[in-house]
Design a protein around this ligand. Structure first.
Ligand code: ADP
Ligand code: MG
Length: 260
């Protein structure tokens, strides 16, 4: 028997898409006619030097800022201002240093959004405990204020906050940028496991190529608001699309070779 697929079945809507998106801040061109699309359940790393437009991409996908030109799509639908509140409940956002409110305990921070949505205290507790287990946060830490947490614990709480509502997608903006190397390495391992385990659409911003390659098969290298290369680490390393890609890859510091 012949199977008939409708167009919609044959091509499921991407979780996110940017179509010919440009964004300026005064005379600065943050994004210059960018088109990208991220499949549902995929993990993508956005890399590039400081100022290349990485954070701007995330902010536009979250409706925290709006393009001057082009269209942002979430699940195939063009993003408009009235959708933004609903979108923020389906997309978790984690930023460097965590962005936790200092006057609230860890649990108080986790509870903000769910309480606004009418969750009971019991349900909030249950979800927080489950996420503490997932992120390896020791018991008791939820009662502390952000200033009483280590950098790694703060980042774990920020990740938990991003996951509280069990969103379909998680956008992380240099989530490990402020951590010392050992804690960073440990959290890289745990985050990767969490991404694989949860199967959500993930976009992670970093300026560290090794970290990007650890998290994601697909790396998108930005420069001055343009996509320089979109591919796997082997593509960037062995088939650089531009001299800048070669320089970016070569600039990653390696340990010196042992003396002969
Ligand atoms: P990245 O995250 O890659 O470091 P951003 O996306 O934050 O880069 O910024 C891209 C460019 O846009 C930078 O030159 C930055 O200074 C500028 N920019 C970003 N946000 C603002 C803003 N709110 N006001 C003015 N300039 C901004
Ligand atoms: Mg940034």
């Amino acid at each position: 028997m012949e199977m008939v697929l409708s167009g919609a079945d044959a091509a499921p809507a991407a979780a996110f898409a940017l179509e010919h998106v440009s964004k300026r801040y005064g005379s600065v061109v943050a994004l210059d006619d960018i088109s990208l699309s991220m499949a549902k359940g995929s993990t993508t790393a956005l890399i590039g030097s400081s100022g290349s437009g990485k954070s701007t991409v995330l902010r536009l996908l979250l409706g925290l800022d709006w393009p001057d030109q082009g269209v942002i799509k979430a699940e195939g639908r063009a993003l408009e201002r009235p959708h933004v509140l609903a979108l923020r409940q389906r997309v978790g956002y984690v930023i460097q240093e965590g962005g936790l409110f200092p006057h609230l305990t860890a649990l108080g921070n986790l509870a903000l959004q769910p309480r606004y949505l009418g969750w009971s205290a019991a349900r909030i507790h249950e979800r927080a405990e489950a996420l503490a287990e997932l992120t390896h946060l020791p018991p008791g830490v939820l009662e502390r204020y952000p200033a009483e947490l280590s950098g790694g614990q703060r980042q774990r709480v920020a990740l938990m906050r991003g996951l509280m509502l069990n969103p379909d997608a998680l956008l992380l903006d240099e989530p490990l940028g402020a951590l010392d190397p050992i804690v960073r390495h440990e959290l890289q391992d745990q985050l990767k496991l969490i991404f694989d385990q949860l199967g959500k659409t993930v976009i992670v911003v970093t300026h560290d190529l090794a970290e990007a390659a650890w998290f994601a098969e697909r790396l998108i290298l930005l420069r001055e608001g343009k996509v320089m290369q979109d591919g796997r680490i082997d593509d960037l390393r062995d088939r650089p699309a531009d001299p800048f890609v070669r320089r970016f890859v070569a600039s990653q510091r390696r340990l010196p070779e042992p003396a002969a």
